[in-house]
Write a protein that binds this ligand. Structure first.
Ligand code: SF4
Length: 238
């Protein structure tokens, strides 16, 4: 069995009834369909405030899973608390690698970033999402690479995967920031447009994809949490 058990959920009907929705409407519908079975995963990165704001508008008590790899920017940790307070989110859960995983991953980003991500991200998240039927993420087609075809709703490897902003472009995201008065991640002002662990993130130049600053200079474009059985096999990641 996959890590998540869909049990009696009629996934064909979910796709048929809600596959054409997006944004808050999609979240609202699925929260109604799958009460207590849906969680949001968030990096509290450059664009995360928009998805989190939509989630808070639907239900501020929705579980929000925040993965603290031990190598995040201090600004991200501060931003998490800022957004949590501002949006009134009451159920943000911080997930961390075990001490053993952190010891094994020490400085591993230099020599084996795939194993580093496995230890710091994939395994801790796999533990955290056990028991949830549907997982919501902030992936967008506009970010390109393996995200270029991500749908708003799909069922992969036993997980209902929900990407309410899959079709949103930069202008729509920007408009949502402005309309809701959302604060920016502090590093955005320094040119960071996709923000993960500090050793593997750099600012991007105008014209580059937002995700060009992740694992720059390497073939790697995803951390693995969406390319493994943790969150499905469609090839993307936080
Ligand atoms: S993004 Fe970099 S530092 Fe973070 S877990 Fe992956 S390889 Fe390690």
């Amino acid at each position: 069995m996959s890590p998540l058990d869909l049990g009696s959920v009629d996934t064909d009907r979910l796709l048929r009834d809600y596959g054409q929705l997006e944004g808050r409407e999609l979240l609202q519908a699925l929260v109604g369909e799958l009460p207590g079975q849906l969680a949001v995963t968030s990096s509290f990165g450059a664009e995360s405030a928009v998805l989190l704001a939509l989630a808070a508008e639907v239900d501020p008590a929705l579980p929000v899973i925040f993965l603290d790899t031990g190598e995040l920017f201090d600004e991200t940790l501060d931003y998490r608390h800022q957004l949590e307070r501002l949006l009134g989110l009451t159920n943000v859960v911080t997930v961390r690698p075990t001490d053993e995983e952190r010891e094994q991953a020490e400085e591993l980003w230099r020599t084996d970033p795939d194993l580093c991500c496995e230890l710091r991200k994939v395994r801790p998240l796999a533990r955290a999402v056990r028991g949830y039927t549907a997982l919501v993420d902030g992936r967008k087609r506009a970010h390109g690479f393996q995200r270029g075809a991500v749908p708003t709703l799909q069922v992969v490897s036993g997980t209902v995967k929900v990407s309410p902003l899959a079709h949103w472009g930069e202008e729509q995201i920007e408009a949502a920031f402005i309309a809701r008065g959302l604060p920016r991640h502090p590093l955005v002002a320094q040119g960071y447009r996709s923000i993960g662990c500090w050793p593997c993130t750099r600012p991007t130049a105008p014209g580059e994809s937002p995700r060009a600053g992740r694992w720059a200079g390497m073939a790697k474009t995803e951390c693995g949490i969406h390319t493994t059985l943790v969150l499905g096999t469609d090839g993307a990641g936080i």
